[in-house]
Design a protein around this ligand. Structure first.
Ligand SMILES: NC(=O)c1ccc[n+]([C@@H]2O[C@H](COP(=O)([O-])OP(=O)(O)OC[C@H]3O[C@@H](n4cnc5c(N)ncnc54)[C@H](OP(=O)(O)O)[C@@H]3O)[C@@H](O)[C@H]2O)c1
Length: 353
């Protein structure tokens, strides 16, 4: 694996094959040649953590068949030079080791070949070359591979921590934006409603929200079933004051349930589901002039904007930017500071014997 001397673009436009003028995320196809150009980092990839909305769509298309899911991913990467789901528009992240460091990288001195890292930018903009798909774990939405990926000069990544199991760190870093944004958007005494409270981002969002709103505030979790490990955990750990069992696509049922549970609507609603059609329920759970944070990649901007207008709801809607300053550290600290949460993630998402 070599590094070439050309002076490439910090955003990675030099890797865009089509259409001309696109940035890597919106491009249809990238050049995935496994070589580190001057400002790039080339990584040997072990694991792809497919974004939940994307994995749910692919798994549904192939009835959960691991071999068919593997073939689907192989085909996507071969066609597009990246793991970019054309239906959900989402990607995921990877874990690997640094294989080559471009000679013009500003962070060159702080990096070493062989260091284990997780990408913190989406697979939808990451040039990816797959040699082999070794296994697809449908339960954890994780794909073990042999391949190479490129991180651009502006792409963020995290060195993996020594004190947290690799698979656990991966599942947390994938959704690091959610707890970091919840921490930023909440204040003591507020009411926070987390939709999809039993998934990875949902559980982390509930844990952060509960600490931030304090004893005078309230956290409400909405889950599709009461008997999932995540639903039981957020209730038992005390991360939610109310657990509402409802299908978030059933807008009026959600509204009825939340108005029955709370004296006032939520100051902040966090949407962490992996299915579409939940925009209006999220909007209606927020108080007038409240905030709705759509972390979910299954969110339709059109449905949210026109839906809010249609029901005359004056709320601030935030698109779930996966990046927030220091988000990886906030997410990992959320686990370190809460031993039951770390134990839950380790049991649920940690390495299997
Ligand atoms: N903004 C970003 O940068 C970013 C980064 C990573 C991921 N994401 C997105 O964030 C979302 C959550 O990711 P995740 O990894 O936390 O996913 P996850 O662990 O799969 O959690 C999704 C949760 O949504 C729940 N859910 C599904 N259908 C529901 C319904 N109709 N009503 C209520 N809840 C429902 C699921 O419950 P069951 O499991 O019981 O069905 C599950 O607990 C996904 O859309 C993902 O694509 C965004």
């Amino acid at each position: 694996m070599i590094s070439s001397p050309a002076a490439p673009c910090a955003f990675g436009t030099h890797r865009v094959l089509e259409p001309a003028g696109a940035l890597p995320q919106s491009a249809w196809r990238l050049d995935n040649t496994p070589v580190a150009r001057a400002n790039e980092l080339l990584c040997a990839v072990d694991v792809l953590n497919i974004d939940s909305a994307s994995f749910a769509q692919i798994a549904a298309q192939w009835n959960g068949d691991a071999d068919a899911i593997a073939a689907h991913i192989r085909e996507t990467v071969a066609t597009r030079g990246k793991q970019h789901n054309a239906i959900t528009g989402s990607g995921g992240m990877f874990v690997g080791r640094i294989a080559a460091i471009g000679e013009a990288r500003a962070d060159r001195a702080s990096l070493a070949v062989g260091e284990r890292i997780a990408s913190l930018v989406s697979l939808t903009l990451t040039p990816l070359h797959l040699e082999e798909i070794l296994a697809v774990d449908v339960a954890t939405q994780r794909v073990r591979v042999r391949g190479s990926a490129v991180i651009f000069a502006t792409g963020s990544f995290a060195k993996l921590p020594d004190d947290i199991d690799l698979d656990v760190a991966l599942s947390v870093l994938d959704v690091a934006g959610a707890p970091a944004q919840v921490r930023r958007l909440t204040a003591p005494g507020q009411t926070v409603c987390v939709i999809g409270a039993d998934g990875k981002s949902g559980v982390l969002a509930c844990a952060q929200a509960k600490t931030r709103v304090g004893p005078a505030g309230r956290v409400v979790g909405i889950v599709p079933r009461a008997d999932t490990p995540g639903a039981r955990f957020v209730a038992d750990a005390g991360y939610v004051d109310h657990l509402i069992v409802a299908d978030a696509r059933d807008t009026l049922a959600v509204l009825d349930a939340i108005t029955a549970a709370l004296p006032a609507l939520a100051d902040l609603v966090v949407n962490c589901v992996n299915v579409g059609g939940t925009e209006l329920a999220s909007i209606l759970c927020a108080r007038d002039e409240g905030i709705v944070y759509f972390f979910s990649m299954a969110t339709s901007f059109t449905a949210a904007a026109l839906g809010a207008e249609g029901v005359g709801k004056d709320v601030t809607m935030i698109v779930g930017n996966g990046y927030a300053k220091g988000h990886a550290e906030v997410a990992l600290q959320t686990l370190r500071e809460r031993p039951p949460l770390l134990a839950y993630f380790t049991a649920r998402y940690g390495a299997r014997p």
